[in-house]
Ligand binder design. Structure first.
Ligand SMILES: Nc1ncnc2c1ncn2[C@@H]1O[C@H](COP(=O)(O)OP(=O)(O)OP(=O)(O)O)[C@@H](O)[C@H]1O
Length: 616
């Protein structure tokens, strides 16, 4: 008997509480790491506020549906009680038909109410998820770009897919299921108590014992799940390692080590599963036993029959416990499932809440427009963690129409300094000015549209080649797109693609090589025509042919602009108007190539080291 508003999508058809789940089967597991991050009731209520009325009505309908679902069973029990209690059948017909009517009406009402509750739950779900999606997307638009570079794509994917799926379970299913199941148990026990409170206590005792056994079985779930997930992770890592390195494995016969790791992970997984099963075998078996009809039947008969024998209970009064009481354990399953859905939903809500609470980039109170494109770094300091400075006291100027190169050993702070210009992060000391205006006073849109950023990790959209270039200046016509592609030395490559400029690229750039993808982004930057250009290691990973093509494309891009370029290979920037040498987050030297060679400091040492390396 299912007396709750359990919807078909979530009704697993299981009798009794679920057995310990296996990793990867169904929902994401509860682990100690995420257990602490359940959103508290207050913030959760605030998040659900846009659909609060819907959810209340949904819960009321679900409760009413669950209560109405009892009517047929109560009717059967009452008809049987009346038949057993009546000395003859005279006058019984009226009672029977009355209860038949009540039972039928209850069954119909249950169908309608549960259906309405489910529809309303899904409607509220669609409304709220739309609302949350819009909020998250708007908020993402205001977050500093540095956040996306550090942890962004994983976080965004989790918030907009996994977390929303869990929120869906919470809103559309878990709340209704829990309310329905709780009502079913309360109404069922209430009716049984009305018939005979002592027998109702016996029935309730079986339910309580079942819940205790279930909780005992689940108590160590988080510990075992963590162990199982770790082992499953090692299995999949070893599998991927084997598949990815199959060439090396075959060529050098090193499959033994990889296969050993795989076998060890499988052994650990089996051991973890065995430990869990062993530890919970009694409590799990007991909860399963208590959740079946036979448990209530046995308890009811064991207490009821002696009471009847002693004349303390009418035989007819035992019937409701046999008809309704034995079905109550199965009502606990949706309550448990609903509880799991609720926890999962609260975790997801907590993650979304944390994302929405991330500090957005403050927009200027009194916005300023840059006058010209002279870049000034004025005693700039920056720290990622608020403790250690990645940059300290950097003062430098980049004049319009010149190229300024940033060089220095790995970790010196070159990328960090470049990323402060488009406000991927805000300085923690000093100021950066473009055209006399502090970048923090320039509206984000104006700031970003005033610069072209070309990074080593090329980002292409899943769109046509033409649209990928047009990102630089939305609305540019096809001719402008072509001209930009020609200037970036990529036009001929595009023409050779199956559908030319209309070829759709994947996020990985489809069939384009690294250098070709880079030239595509340079075409994008050329099309944008932005007066400030920031190049980060733009040619570092290219072969000589590609590098020559990219360098030619870059020379078109940077002509007449204020250019800040990061380079490891010093020969690519030896002609730069000014070279800033960073070391340990400080400006160690500055000048032209000749100045710095004459100075015989860090730059000169790096130059000689690279020349010797090239000659070797
Ligand atoms: N997102 C980040 N969070 C915390 N610390 C960071 C982050 N990015 C860089 N750092 C640290 O800041 C310092 C400067 O790093 P940065 O990447 O700017 O150096 P770099 O000169 O560009 O190095 P490379 O030439 O190797 O790219 C380093 O100590 C680095 O570990």
């Amino acid at each position: 008997m299912t007396t709750t508003g359990t919807t078909p999508a979530r009704d697993t058809g299981r009798q009794g509480p679920p057995a310990p789940p296996s990793p990867g089967a169904g929902r994401r597991p509860q682990t100690p790491e995420n257990a602490a991050r359940l959103l508290r009731a207050g913030p959760l209520a605030r998040m659900l506020r846009p659909v609060r009325t819907h959810l209340i009505v949904c819960a009321v309908l679900s409760a009413a549906g669950a209560a109405a679902g009892f009517a047929p069973y109560v009717a059967i029990a009452e008809i049987a009680r009346a038949a057993l209690a009546a000395p003859d059948a005279t006058g019984l017909a009226g009672t029977v038909w009355g209860w038949v009517g009540i039972g039928a009406a209850g069954a119909c009402a249950r169908l309608v109410l549960v259906f309405a509750s489910s529809r309303l739950g899904h409607y509220a779900d669609a409304e709220l998820l739309h609302h949350i999606r819009v909020r998250v997307i708007r908020h993402l638009g205001a977050l500093p770009l540095g956040w996306f570079r550090a942890a962004g794509s994983g976080e965004v994917k989790k918030a907009l897919t996994d977390d929303l799926e869990d929120m869906h379970q919470l809103i559309a299913h878990a709340l209704g299921e829990m309310v329905g199941a709780a009502t079913a148990i309360a109404v069922g026990l209430g009716y049984l108590a009305f018939v005979d409170w002592r027998m109702a206590l016996v029935t309730a005792g079986v339910l309580v014992a079942m819940v205790i056994c279930y909780r005992t079985a689940m108590r160590s779930m988080s510990v075992h799940m963590t162990r199982l997930i770790a082992a499953a992770g090692r299995i999949s890592a070893a599998t991927v390692e084997y598949a990815d390195g199959i060439t090396v494995v075959k060529a050098f016969g090193t499959g033994g080590r990889v296969l050993d790791r795989f076998a060890e992970a499988v052994r650990e997984h089996t051991a973890a599963m065995r430990a869990w099963v062993n530890e919970t075998r009694y409590s799990s078996a007991a909860s399963r036993l208590l959740s079946c009809e036979m448990a209530v039947l046995a308890a009811v008969m064991a207490v009821g029959v002696p009471l009847i024998g002693a004349g303390e209970l009418a035989a007819a009064d035992l019937l409701p416990f046999l008809v309704i009481g034995i079905g109550l354990p199965t009502s606990i399953t949706p309550a448990i499932q609903g509880g799991q859905g609720l926890r999962q939903g609260r975790m997801a809500a907590s993650h979304i809440d944390a994302l929405l609470a991330r500090r957005a980039l403050p927009e200027p109170v009194r916005p300023r427009r840059p006058e010209g494109h002279r870049i000034e770094f004025d005693r700039v300091s920056f720290s990622y963690d608020g403790v250690t400075d990645a940059l300290s006291d950097i003062t430098a100027v980049c004049e319009p129409g010149t190229v300024t190169a940033l060089v220095g050993p790995s970790g010196a702070g070159k990328s960090t300094l470049a990323s402060l210009l488009p406000r991927f992060y805000d300085v923690t000391g000093g100021a950066i000015r473009i055209g006399g205006a502090d970048v923090r006073d320039i509206p984000a849109q104006t700031l970003l549209s005033s610069m072209s950023l070309v990074f080593q990790d090329v980002a292409l959209l899943r769109d046509t080649v033409a649209e990928n270039i047009r990102v630089g200046r939305p609305g540019a016509d096809d001719e402008d797109v072509r001209r930009a592609a020609m200037a970036a030395q990529i036009h001929e490559v595009i023409e050779r693609l199956p559908q030319g400029y209309e070829t759709v690229l994947g996020a990985d750039g489809g069939g384009l090589s690294g250098g070709e993808r880079q030239r595509l982004t340079i075409a994008r930057a050329i099309l944008s025509g932005a007066p400030v250009v920031v190049l980060d290691e733009a040619t570092a990973a290219l072969d000589p042919d590609s590098e020559t093509a990219v360098q030619q494309a870059l020379s078109k891009l940077v002509a007449g602009k204020t250019v800040l370029v990061i380079a490891h290979r010093l020969h690519t920037i030896s002609g730069a108007g000014r070279i800033l040498v960073l070391d340990g987050g400080r400006l160690a030297e500055a000048g032209t190539h000749d100045d710095l060679i004459a100075r015989d400091g860090l730059y000169a040492r790096m130059w000689r080291a690279q020349r010797n390396g090239d000659d070797a």
